[in-house]
Write a protein that binds this ligand. Structure first.
Ligand code: G3H
Ligand code: 13P
Ligand code: ZN
Length: 310
């Protein structure tokens, strides 16, 4: 089937209290690993492309890889989404190029400017049948999120979220409740602000929320990286149970990139260590692809709950 938007996907997820995985793609093996996992588990999936991915792989190559996935997995519902779009021009470019979903990330801007930029993208996207995700609030770094005052300054304000959604007409909203990008999300005990999440859901019923920075930083792959020559000490992600809990309160899209990077790197490091005379890229990239596929299957079935939903 052709690419779809996330509208029906999110409605089903919202009503079914599960979430759809949004995975960052940067090369062929990553696309294949994710899509094979979605196919085997009968799960919808969001493939997302960042500005960095476009720079690395070239926008045309990525688009064609996703088109190949549609051919290889004709029964899987796939959304092609721009991750962290930073300008109207970039959003317009990918919409014109056939993406079915874009994120405009104006979270660093003053509130009114974030609204104006998001609305401009919505006004361009909607007539073309493309959906828009925006972000309100700042994702905390490890050093933030400790003090209540810091939370109020950076986390998403529930009343503002309502005003933002009403004034922009956006289709989904990324919120800040304690997650952050990368492999070092918490220093001590992991903590998410569920009260804030519940308040936002209460004020915005039936509206899909998005969690960025939602990798669990799978211990198996961190250990694998460290065992075979890596140096990634003290990495910590969002525990699986916390993500499952978030999916009960309107979080319909869970963004995962770091776990893909760790899985691929761990598997390749292990191969390089065990086969010092090996130099066939198909051998080590193949190991990376398999690790990604198994990890994504685990996420879909045991964390997101989006399996058997096609
Ligand atoms: O949220 C950001 C994603 O992990 C994408 O990272 O900009 O390095 O592609 P990137
Ligand atoms: P992680 O760094 O937790 O994988 O988050 C990825 C993300 O939010 C992409 O937009
Ligand atoms: Zn993100």
């Amino acid at each position: 089937m052709p690419l779809v938007t996330s509208t029906k996907m999110f409605k089903n997820a919202y009503d079914g209290h599960y979430a759809v995985g949004a995975f960052n793609v940067n090369n062929m093996e990553i696309v294949q690993g994710i899509v094979e996992a979605a196919k085997e588990t009968k799960s919808p999936v969001i493939l997302q492309v960042s500005a960095g991915a476009r720079k690395y792989a070239n926008a045309s190559y990525l688009k064609k890889l996703v088109e190949a996935a549609l051919i290889e997995a004709p029964d899987v519902e796939i959304v092609l989404h721009l991750d962290h779009g930073d300008s109207f021009e970039l959003c317009k470019q990918v919409i014109d190029d056939g993406f079915t979903s874009v994120m405009i990330d104006g979270s660093h801007l003053p509130y009114e400017e974030n609204i104006a930029l998001t609305k401009k993208v919505v006004d361009y996207a909607h007539p073309k049948g493309v959906v828009v995700e925006a972000e309100l609030g700042k994702l905390a770094g490890v050093e933030d999120a400790v003090k209540v005052a810091a939370k109020d300054a950076t986390y998403t304000d529930p009343m503002e979220a309502v005003d933002f959604v009403n004034r922009t007409g956006v289709d989904s909203l990324a919120i800040a409740i304690g997650t952050s990008h990368g492999a070092y999300k918490f220093k001590g005990e992991p903590e998410l602000d569920y009260e804030r999440l519940k308040k936002i859901t209460e004020l915005l019923p039936d509206f899909p929320l998005v969690l960025h920075g939602a990798s669990t930083v799978v211990k198996e792959f961190v250990d694998m990286c460290n065992k075979y020559g890596g140096d990634i000490p003290g990495a910590q992600g969002v525990p699986e149970d916390m993500l499952k809990e978030a999916a009960k309160y309107g979080v319909c899209k869970i963004n995962i990139d770091t776990d893909l990077r760790l899985a691929m790197t761990g598997a390749i490091r292990q191969y390089m260590h065990e086969e010092p005379s090996g130099f066939d890229p198909r051998k080590y990239l193949g190991k990376g692809r398999t690790a990604i596929k198994e990890m994504v299957k685990h996420k879909i079935v045991d964390v997101l709950g989006s399996n058997d939903k096609l």
